[in-house]
Design a protein around this ligand. Sequence first.
Ligand code: LLP
Length: 416
Amino acid sequence: MNQVVRYKDNQLHMESVALDSVAEAIGTPFYCYSKATIEQQIAACKDAFSRLNATIHYAVKANSNLTILRMMAKAGLGADVVSVGELERVLVAGIPAEKVIFSGVGKRQDELLAALEAGIGQFNLESLPELEALRALCQRTGKVAAVSVRINPDVDGSTHRHITTGVKGSKFGVPMEQLDQILGIITESDSLQLRGLAVHIGSQIVTPEPYRKVCERLCDWITDLRSRGFPIEHLDLGGGFGIDYGDGHFLDFETVASVMYEHLQKMDHLNIAIEPGRSLVGEAGVLVSEVIYRKEAEPLPFLILDAGMNDLMRPALYQAAHPMQPLRDGDQAQEVVNVVGPICESTDFFHKAITLPKIEQGERVALLKAGAYGAVMASIYNSRDIIPEVMVDGDQHAMIRRRITSKALLALELSE
Ligand code: LLP
């Protein structure tokens, strides 16, 4: 994978744009994405999964910016959505409804109805009451819903405990012991059309082993279910392919596709779908921020950024470390510092004891690999702005979401 940012004339560039020039134009902090990198990731994903003839449904939750969704639409990808808000976005972006999968453990009735009316391609059901709710809506509207059942395969994704989803006791998916009952109801219903099974075992998974295990189990289960008359024709393997956050661990598309192919090629008439999110957009984004203060302290100095945990939540939530580089490359000596945000919480930390070139107050930095689960997870905590998003394309850059100011948010309350 090419470097998303690199120094040219001592300035950190994304493609041919100096990030400092964007900062001068729009202020900090902001998210910035490389169009070429996203295009490369889409192409690599399509290429790797072509041998499985898999359909790719971008997991919108990773980054739901309309410009990015339009890129997915243009590349022919479908979408995996988890809310009516995401559904509205993908339809506006031009992703055809029949390429949309609706996932999520708590879809509300109005959301199910909106998806039914839009004519989406697949509902991934996660419980018996959800099945009943959808069936009742179908009967009321005279529509037929195509459904797959998301099962809990009890496979450990070996990732951070907050983002593992496929183990026993997790809220996701239908427990295996309820599967027969649920499939029975679906096959007997005129309003529901059974497609198959779905799994998603977690996120930021960096070894192929969990996928190997889940594919092995799925082959056995599908063979058994088919022998008992359940027409399983679709298998949705979810997403979860990990990217390299700087520790050298990641799972590339080729490796995971080979493992899936090895196990699934023997299955006849099985259409494969995947739902990658992070792996398509994560590498492509950076968060650009300015050092408001450099605070000398024992044992280590603090760099206090103008970006905080409300802008990039991952370090506070998952102890994630996003590699960091100054926008200006000099021959400064290295030093060990703490990098924090301005929020009144001790979890508002980007790096503890990190070695960096000495960075002065007023200088700007980039936190890398922030294209996925960055902007989408931002909050207005401490009455802060929702920061802008920018897309770089060659030597051009464009604002793809304007700043949502704290004043604009205040206005929503003043008008009450
Ligand atoms: N499909 C389903 C049903 C999912 O729940 C998810 C992610 C995906 C696909 C996409 O997974 P990906 O390819 O992006 O790993 N906020 C966390 C990640 C949460 C992932 C939730 N589900 C983070 O920042 O690491």
